[in-house]
Ligand binder design. Structure first.
Ligand code: URA
Length: 259
């Protein structure tokens, strides 16, 4: 393969092949695996050069989480938190992402939404929820008089796109939790909306969104409403009735004013 291709071209080629269904790696010529000497595989970066030397999370263990906590706690406002995330080097997802996806909407709004992770469009735009699920989210919010232009602040657990939109791994979630906690502390919303399992896992330490949804919980002293993720609702339109009930619960709490 032409090593002059940059990372993003190589990834686009790879994604194109995966979309075509080529999800198994085979070579041009057959290899007799019984005759291949056992030797440690050489890790090669997608740019064609040797992989950047990064301490794997397993080796750093709690070090990556401790570093995240230190960086997050040192941020005195949202811009400093964005900078702290941009400088955080322990999460491998960063190396495959085009952009840091930090937030969108109105900082300090009464409602803060925490989603899962950027997809392809978000990675390109550097903003959360701008793809199909995001457009649907905008319609959901509009139905109860909310919008990111006026009165909602939006972020994700993961600020970098996972390859093939895979679910973030437990160690990646552990690394991001201190940043998410600090993000909530600095944005000071009255209400959190937790979109989907990854968000509930990170913020509440709980899984099982179909059981959790619609039940008010609390995260770091802030009322939190777990909801079905808009991407799930696009796949399962029958679940929209439940999401509507949860939106109404959010609206009622906002109108109570005491949230
Ligand atoms: N899904 C998410 O959870 N977040 C995004 O930003 C986009 C899709």
């Amino acid at each position: 393969m032409d090593s002059a291709l940059d990372f993003h071209s190589l990834r686009a080629l790879l994604e194109w092949q995966v979309e075509l269904g080529a999800d198994e790696a085979i070579g041009d010529v057959p290899v007799n695996r019984y005759e291949v000497q056992a030797k440690a595989p050489q890790v090669v970066a997608l740019t064609g050069g040797p992989a950047a030397k990064v301490a794997p999370v397993a080796a750093t263990g709690g070090g990556a989480v401790a570093a995240a906590r230190k960086a997050a706690e040192g941020a005195g406002d949202l811009e400093e938190l964005r900078a702290a995330l941009a400088a955080y080097e322990h999460c491998d997802l960063k190396r495959g992402a085009r952009n840091l996806v930090f937030s969108d909407g109105v900082p300090g709004a009464r409602v803060m939404i925490i989603g899962e992770a950027p997809g392809r469009e978000e990675d390109r735009a550097g903003r959360p929820f701008v793809g199909r699920a995001g457009q649907f989210l905008d319609r959901m919010l509009g139905a109860i008089g909310l919008s990111r232009a006026e009165n909602v602040y939006i972020t994700n657990v993961m600020p970098w796109r996972p390859p093939q939109n895979a679910d973030p791994k437990p160690d990646e979630i552990e690394m991001m939790r201190p940043f998410v906690e600090r993000h909530v502390a600095l944005a000071k919303p009255d209400i959190l909306i937790l979109m989907g399992n990854t968000s509930c896992q990170t913020v509440l330490g709980k899984q099982g969104i179909t059981r959790l949804r619609g039940q008010w919980d609390e995260a770091w002293g802030t009322p939190a409403m777990p909801m079905l993720h808009p991407a799930y609702l696009l796949r399962m339109p029958g679940a929209k009735r439940a999401a509507w009930a949860d939106l109404l619960a959010v609206q009622a709490r906002l109108h109570e004013g005491g949230a």
